[in-house]
Design a protein around this ligand. Structure first.
Ligand SMILES: Cc1ncc(COP(=O)(O)O)c(C=O)c1O
Length: 420
């Protein structure tokens, strides 16, 4: 079980708080996060790279809750953003603009303008078209945009799902290495942009250090070639993607990643930027859900919960595994092989399939572990279901950090436009 979650007298606790008491106060479905877990994991990752001048730009897409961003900003974190909305969130939470990097393959002129006006640290540019547009917007606003080109290092990242691989040749992401020198020359000639760095992000949920070493060496080769042409870069952004063990038994150590990177960078004079999301917040979260019905049908046992794929998309979208535990252990309970499924009208709506576990009774609460990353941030209102509340636990206190949505939230923006 992830650190900071444990059973005490048969009741599952997040830090010092029984998850049942969170549910009693805030209802279900409910995301609960351990503050300690977030701070500890950020600290461990940062310390592993201590020999280097570095910036951890937390990837907002993993979990963009304002209070979590504020917590991370307070720990010195920057932000990796991929939209104007994430810029808005990061700034609102108090992330320093000079610690924000802007990734993403389809930035609009409006988004570029907002980031230029905010004075962010760097734009991770993914195409010649984006570079030219950014230069144009920079000139228009009388600003010079600091730029890294996101390189596609052509690495088959060993991630568990094809959707989270981004470093191989045939993805929409990044610029082919062979095009990089010409684009850097263009960037150094264009007014409105200034090439300051180089960037790659090879995928998400990577648990081996090898691909990072490969990616780094690839980027360093390019940096050296550019130096010979008189283009001096100052930052190297290795992206995010550091994996977590969803069974929590074999979590990769940050030192394993650092050992693959630090020796090659320490003498380079380059500042390292990392964009971790999942590693920082993944283990910190549980999704708490109540069992509505237990249905035996077609030779199977279906545990039907009040959380569905709209609350937690990962099992359905990525076929991902999440550990499921009862909020309260019941002695002598019989075990069975069950599908834990949601109430959404889709056969793809499940939280766990073919899982051997104590078969719960209706009314009991289950905890779906390691849902702090890409849990709430991928939640939707599909089937007109308001999105869950979020709480942050610190020691024996819990704070609501996002109110549960209600039906009025669902129709906001339509109601006043209702046709006759
Ligand atoms: C450009 C970029 N940086 C960082 C991340 C964060 O990845 P992770 O949460 O796996 O660390 C992503 C995730 O897709 C990304 O696309």
């Amino acid at each position: 079980m992830p650190t900071n979650f444990a059973y005490r007298e048969g009741r599952l606790h997040c830090e010092g708080v029984a998850v049942e008491s969170l549910v009693a106060e805030h209802g279900t479905p409910l995301y609960a996060y351990s503050r300690r877990s977030i701070v500890d994991r950020l600290g461990a990752l940062d310390r592993a790279f201590e020999p280097l001048d570095r910036l951890i730009a937390y990837s907002v897409k993993a979990n963009g809750n304002l209070s979590i961003l504020r917590l991370l900003a307070g720990e010195g974190c920057g932000a990796d953003i991929v939209s104007g909305g994430e810029l808005y969130r990061a700034l609102k939470a108090g992330v320093r603009p000079d610690r924000i990097v802007f990734s993403g393959v389809g930035k609009t002129a409006t988004e570029l303008d907002a980031a230029l006006n905010a004075g962010i640290l760097c734009f991770n540019v993914e195409s010649e078209g984006e570079l030219r547009l950014l230069a144009e917007r920079g000139r228009k606003l009388g600003r010079t945009a600091p730029v890294s080109l996101r390189i596609n290092p052509d690495i088959e990242s060993p991630t568990p799902h094809a959707y989270t691989r981004t470093g191989h040749r045939a993805t929409k992401f990044g610029i082919p290495s062979e095009d990089a020198p010409a684009l850097y020359r263009l960037a150094s000639e264009l007014d409105g942009v200034d090439p300051v760095g180089i960037d790659a992000h090879i995928g998400s949920q990577i648990v081996e250090p090898g691909p990072y070493r490969q990616s780094l060496l690839h980027l360093l080769d390019l940096v050296e070639g550019l130096r010979r042409q008189g283009i001096e870069l100052r930052t190297l952004d290795l992206g995010g993607g550091f994996g977590v063990a969803y069974d929590a038994e074999s979590d990769p150590e940050p030192s394993a990643f650092a050992d693959a990177v630090v020796p090659h960078l320490v003498t380079s004079g380059l500042r390292l930027i990392l964009e971790p999301g999942r590693y920082v917040v993944g283990h910190a979260g549980v999704l708490l859900t109540r069992v509505l019905y237990v249905k035996r049908s077609g030779g199977k046992i279906f545990v039907i919960t009040d959380a569905g794929m709209n609350d937690l998309l990962r099992p359905s979208h990525y076929s991902s595994y999440h550990r499921v535990d009862p909020a309260r252990r019941v002695e002598g309970r019989g075990s069975g092989r069950v599908d834990v499924v949601g109430p959404i009208c889709e056969s793809g709506d499940f939280l766990a399939l073919d899982r051997e576990m104590p078969v719960p009774e209706p009314g009991e609460v289950l905890a779906i572990h390691t849902t702090g990353a890409y849990g709430f941030s991928m939640a939707s209102t599909y089937n007109a279901r308001p999105r869950p509340a979020e709480v942050l636990v610190e020691g024996d206190r819990a704070r609501l950090i996002r109110r549960r949505e209600d039906y009025e939230d669902l129709v906001r923006g339509e109601e006043d436009l209702l046709i006759e």
